[in-house]
Structure formats: C-alpha cells, structure tokens
Design a protein around this ligand. Structure first.
Ligand code: NAD
Length: 356
C-alpha cells in the first residue's frame, strides 16, 4: 500500500533543505519506493497565512500520514509574536498531538569530517552514538509547576520530575530494539543516587533487561555521562535517558561532531509513526542564499525509511550516497575545508541523487 509522507518545510532554510530531500525521495520513487508526498504549512509561514503556527489542516495531514518530514521553524520575523503563536509552538504542538514520545538523535562523525570537531580526531573519528530521549514526560511536563510567593514574600520556582513505570518501559523498549539492530550495547543514564524518580527508572530498566539479555546493559549517572561523552565518546553505542537529561546530552553529543548541518533526528510514537527533521534550526542568517547544508535533512529521510516506512535497504542507499559525496570532496560552506570542493545546497542535493 502506498505510504504517505507529510512534507512540512517550515521557515528559513527549511524550504531549501527539504526541497533537496524531496529530490532524493523522488529519485527513490522511480526505483520503486511506493510513497505519496503532501505538503503542508507549519511555523511562521503557517502563521502568516492562517494566523496560527499549526493549522488544523496541517495537523490532519500529519495524523493521516505514515511519516512527517519537517525542515525547521522560526526566524527573526516572528520573534516578537506572543509566545502562544510563535513558530516553535507548531513543532511542540505536532510532538504533543501525535504523542511522539521517543526522540532518536544519532551523533555520527563521518571520518571525512573529523577535522570539523573541536575534539582531537582520534577521539571522535568514526563516532556513531544513538541517543534515545524520552520526549513527552519528565520535568518538562510534570505538574505541579510554577512560581509561587511564600509567606515571607520571597518567590519560589518549582517543577516536578515524574515518570510512570509505563512511560519508562515504552522508551526503554524502543532503546533495546535499536541497540539490538546496532552494536547491542545500551547505557541507561539517570541520577538514581539523588532522584527517587530515576531510581525507579533504573529499577524498571534492570527489570526489562531480563527479556532483552542479548543486549549488554550498563547504567551511568548523568554527570559522569556528560564527562564520558567528552572524554571517550566512542565507548557508547545507544544511550537512553529522561527528557531533560536527553535534551542536554544529545546537544553535547551532536556538538562532538562539529557539524550541525549533518545530523538527522526522528521522533516516534507508539504506532511507529514518526516525525523526521534535522537537529538544526531555520538558520535565518543564511536563508535564501542556497548555501545551507541539506545532508541532515537527507539523512532524516534515511531514518524515515528505516523507522517508519520499513525500507532499510533504501535507507542504506541514502547513507552510502552521502558517504560517497563526502568522499568526492564535496562540501557545503559549513563543513568546507581547504582543498575540498565548495558546493551549494542544490548542488549537494543533486550530487546525492547522482550517487544513489
Ligand atoms: P540554527 O540551528 O538555526 O543556527 C545555528 C547556526 O548554525 C547558524 O549560524 C546557522 O547558519 C548554522 N546552520 C544551521 N543549520 C545549518 C545548515 N543546514 N547548513 C549550514 N549552516 C547551518 O539555530 P539558531 O540560530 O539558534 O535559531 C534560528 C531559528 O531556528 C530560531 O528561530 C530558533 O527558534 C529556530 N530553531 C528551530 C528548530 C527546529 O525547527 N527544530 C531548532 C532550533 C532552532
């Protein structure tokens, strides 16, 4: 049956990078990929047309699709809007409405780009980590929350870290499954020595290991995990953690690679439906100049084929094609170094299509 992809370019460079990803999907369609693409508005460009960053029409399109390809949202133009209609609300609304609880953020450093990292090439070359972050629970959503005034007149801010066993189980299940398909090593990150909530997290993960004993399980406190990511990142295969710890650690891991324009991500719900997007934003500073790196978005399509469309061989083809264009020395401005060939957004997209 034909699978449906909702294509939501968003704002800024979103339009340019998604156009290149669509070229790649179109090329695969002529090789037998049975998908249909439908475009929708999200973010600031949706606000301009409809007065909301997440129009009902887009939400319906997203709900009815097997996967969503998102560019990025946001930009200077919309910064002074009320927070309730800012472009970012479109993205958060999609995550919430679709129940996208599992955020998969690979941090891969292509050996060809080892010089792009601020860390020594021998520490990061060949790095390939997958961080699985819980995305819809934890302290970012826990109640009660707020700022209150105490009897003595002093203000106090408070948030609640809360996880139900079922929430821990479903994210851990995703992480074990992914680890099984990769290096078969899972590190669960918590702060079980201080936080009861993550003590429960650790207990549940240990319990689930009984049914997943083919995967090697380890545990690490989050402070140590941050240190180890910078000290010896290649020790990790898959990491699973809470919403807030994952937010921080995945940015840290991404930056080990030094190239924000190269990293894809996926957010999945219980039905396997997923939203796929580059980890970077809408880069208003370079929008419209045909110089953004489209590879993170193209690699997001590879994740889509693997995790939502059940086409792992096509996913492999895209990843090999990206490897191939890097081998050819083609570089957009963000990853350019001397003696390489500088190319535009569209030239990079065309090169990937040719390498497919
Ligand atoms: P950003 O990721 O857009 O840009 C950071 C820097 O990286 C900029 O110098 C930019 O030019 C560069 N960059 C980003 N992607 C690139 C690419 N593909 N190729 C080459 N260079 C690239 O982050 P920011 O500047 O903090 O935010 C800009 C806007 O994007 C803001 O409105 C922010 O809210 C939004 N944002 C959206 C998302 C999202 O849609 N998921 C994520 C982060 C930020």
């Amino acid at each position: 049956m034909t699978k449906k992809i909702a294509v939501l370019p968003g704002d800024g460079i979103g339009h340019e990078i998604v156009a290149e990803a669509v070229k790649v999907i179109t090329a695969l369609q002529s090789d037998g990929l049975d998908v249909e693409m439908n475009e929708g508005l999200v973010g600031g460009s949706a606000y301009d047309v409809t007065g909301t960053p997440l129009p009902e029409e887009t939400l319906t399109l997203a709900r009815e699709s097997d996967a969503i390809l998102l560019g990025a949202v946001g930009g200077y133009k919309w910064e002074s809007l009320d927070i309730s209609v800012r472009p970012e609300k479109g993205l958060l609304g999609l995550r919430k409405e679709l129940g996208l609880f599992a955020n998969l953020r690979p941090a891969i450093l292509y050996p060809q780009l080892a010089d792009a990292s601020t860390l020594k090439p021998e520490v990061v070359s060949g790095l390939d980590i997958m961080i699985v972050r819980e995305l819809t629970g934890g302290i970012y959503f826990g109640q009660p929350r707020g700022v209150r005034t105490l009897d003595n007149g002093e203000r106090e801010g408070y948030n609640t870290l809360v996880y139900r066993e079922s929430e821990i189980k479903r994210i851990t299940e995703v992480a074990f499954d992914i680890a099984r398909k990769r290096g078969k090593k899972l590190c669960s990150v918590d702060k079980a020595n201080v936080l009861e909530c993550t003590e429960l997290w650790r207990e549940v993960v240990i319990d689930m290991h009984k049914d997943n004993s083919d995967v090697e399980l380890s545990h690490m406190y989050v402070d140590n995990a941050a240190m180890q990511l910078v000290r010896a990142p290649k020790q990790f295969d898959v990491m699973v953690t809470t919403n807030m710890f994952g937010d921080i650690l995945s940015d840290c891991a991404a930056m080990l690679t030094g190239s924000i324009g190269m990293l894809p991500s996926a957010s999945l719900n219980e039905k396997g439906q997923g939203m796929y997007e580059p980890i970077h934003g809408s880069a208003p500073d370079i929008a419209g100049q045909n110089m953004a790196n489209p590879l993170a978005t193209i690699l997001s399509v590879a994740m889509m084929l693997r995790y939502s469309l059940d086409e792992p061989a096509m996913a492999d083809r895209i990843e090999k094609a990206v490897d191939n264009v890097l081998d050819q020395g083609l570089r957009t401005a963000d990853i350019y170094s001397e003696s390489m060939k500088k190319v535009s957004t569209t030239e990079m997209g065309d090169a990937v299509v040719a390498a497919l």
